[in-house]
Write a protein that binds this ligand. Structure first.
Ligand code: HEC
Ligand code: HEC
Ligand code: HEC
Ligand code: HEC
Ligand code: HEC
Length: 369
């Protein structure tokens, strides 16, 4: 019995330690991958910690894992290079988010992402399996070039090659009530989608300063905070004029909903310019509200979706306005979003933060009749 339990404990500690690896610092990549580094440095991946991302920080400040348990379990996806990730993921341990811990500040680091060897699929959220070799990075190009600093592996990693290396963190996240809080695709039907081709398009500039190349994959990760103009081509807007009304069609050619995080609120603003007059028509709101007892609730409390008007994957949404267009009229439409639903801004103490309160314009178009 004693031997058995010893073996059991030993195995447990192996599993726990397996979450912790040492990663090269992102700064070490800067000298040779200068452009990639500067794009990455401004991205949400480099800034996913509670102190650098005020929105994440505000939610974490209210979260019971912080206020009651003092354990930053968000680290699994927000600071996965942390040197105490195992404690963050173990019930009963204390492991706060620590501004003074350099490995926390690395957030989702270069080396972390490039060492994802495979992805384990789980019901609550997936898990990245990290390659144990510290200086070997998975990649996709077959230039046959070597680096003096590290090994490169381009053949063996299915997830790198098919562009789905992202789904360890982005696939889905269930809360304790088994409610899907946020997902790119809950059913894991990723075959048709490629996160990398849309979010990391090829842009001008060399991959490294050692071998001159014309283009590299964009590492600023176009998304709802930054660089959204790189994604406008995946959402088409058109206007159809009928006799007594008109319809604004929004064609989302994306393999996931227009916005994913439950805090977001998208808005379609519609106005008609007639002669010198501008007529504002009713705006359309796209939102997914989580709740409990028919009232909106924080994601960790919610047990149901009380409203979901978000534009879905590959959906063509028709928004009708009972307004008769005349010859010479111009219809102006603006599609954009608030990163934080204005109704939640105050409760989260974010009403003075521009990033949380400003309206982000995604696409603006005019149609003449
Ligand atoms: C001393 C220079 C140097 C440093 C430092 C360096 N690299 Fe590289 N890296 C290279 C060279 C050279 C290549 C070959 C590809 C090229 O130049 O286009 C390369 C290629 C890569 C590739 C594969 C590109 C492909 O072919 O698909 C990845 C991924 C990569 N580096 C990641 C990193 C990461 C992560 C770091 C920091 C932890 C880093 N590198 C630091 C020089 C460097
Ligand atoms: C399974 C991975 C995963 C875990 C665990 C996780 N997150 Fe996230 N989180 C994400 C991803 C992916 C995004 C980006 C989603 C998007 O932009 O749609 C995100 C974004 C967010 C945002 C939006 C940030 C912004 O700037 O708009 C907040 C807030 C947030 N998470 C809070 C938390 C908190 C608090 C925890 C821990 C209690 C947590 N998350 C745990 C994956 C995770
Ligand atoms: C280790 C977990 C992890 C991996 C792997 C990961 N992400 Fe993320 N990603 C996050 C988290 C966490 C956030 C939210 C950070 C925040 O807002 O604080 C995020 C945010 C984003 C955003 C939103 C950016 C914005 O401007 O709002 C995009 C786009 C994104 N990731 C794309 C990708 C792509 C593409 C990949 C695969 C190449 C990927 N991610 C891999 C965890 C991850
Ligand atoms: C066909 C192109 C396309 C594909 C494929 C795609 N996306 Fe997106 N993604 C978009 C568009 C368009 C938006 C909305 C505009 C924006 O956020 O700038 C978006 C938004 C996002 C956001 C921000 C959502 C939010 O609520 O803040 C994240 C995170 C993201 N995508 C991750 C991914 C991941 C991970 C994959 C792969 C599983 C993926 N995307 C596949 C086009 C795509
Ligand atoms: C969220 C995950 C993620 C992070 C973080 C990340 N990368 Fe990448 N990186 C990728 C993916 C995926 C590709 C493959 C892109 C493709 O196939 O087009 C890639 C490609 C590369 C390449 C190959 C060159 C190219 O143009 O395709 C290099 C070099 C590289 N990354 C270095 C870095 C460095 C340096 C950092 C940090 C400054 C970094 N990466 C951060 C996911 C990531």
């Amino acid at each position: 019995m004693k031997i058995l339990s010893l073996i059991f404990l030993f195995t447990l500690s192996l599993v726990a330690n397996d979450a912790v690896h040492e990663f090269a610092k992102s700064e070490e990549c800067q000298a040779c991958h200068t452009q990639i580094y500067s794009e990455y440095y401004g991205s949400m991946h480099a800034n996913a910690t509670p102190d650098k991302d005020v929105i994440h920080g505000a939610v974490w400040a209210k979260h019971p894992a912080n206020t009651k348990a003092n354990r930053y379990l968000c680290g699994k996806c927000h600071t996965p290079a942390a040197n105490n990730l195992d404690k963050m993921l173990t019930k009963g341990e204390k492991a706060p988010a620590d501004v003074n811990n350099e490995t926390h500040q690395e957030a989702i680091s270069c080396a972390y992402c490039h060492r994802i060897k495979s992805i384990e699929l789980h019901a609550d959220s997936n898990t990245n399996i990290i390659d144990k070799t510290p200086n070997k990075y998975y990649a996709t190009r077959k230039r046959g070039l070597d680096s003096p600093f590290h090994k490169i592996e381009t053949e063996s990693n299915e997830h790198m090659r098919n562009g789905n290396v992202c789904i360890g963190c982005h696939s889905h996240r269930m809360n304790k009530n088994n409610l899907n809080v946020c997902s790119t695709n809950i059913a894991n039907e990723m075959d048709g989608a490629n996160c990398v081709s849309c979010h990391m398009p090829k842009v001008k500039g060399s991959t490294s300063s050692i071998n001159e190349s014309k283009a590299h994959s964009f590492h600023g990760f176009a998304g709802s905070h930054f660089n959204s103009e790189m994604l406008t081509q995946y959402v088409d807007i058109s206007v159809l004029r009928n006799i007594d009304n008109f319809i604004v069609n929004i064609d989302n050619k994306t393999s996931h909903a227009l916005l994913l995080h439950p805090m977001r609120l998208a808005v379609l603003r519609i106005s008609v310019k007639r002669d010198s007059e501008t007529i504002e028509l009713e705006k359309e709101i796209f939102v997914r509200v989580l709740g409990k007892d028919a009232k909106p609730a924080m994601p960790w409390v919610a047990d149901t979706t009380i409203k979901d008007t978000m534009i879905k994957a590959n959906e063509k949404r028709a928004v009708k306005r009972e307004f008769k267009l005349l010859k010479g009229d111009r219809v102006d439409v603006v599609l954009g979003w608030f990163l934080v639903n204005p109704k939640a801004v105050k409760k989260l103490g974010l009403d003075k933060e521009e990033v949380a309160t400003k309206f982000n314009v995604f696409k603006k178009q005019s149609f003449n009749f």
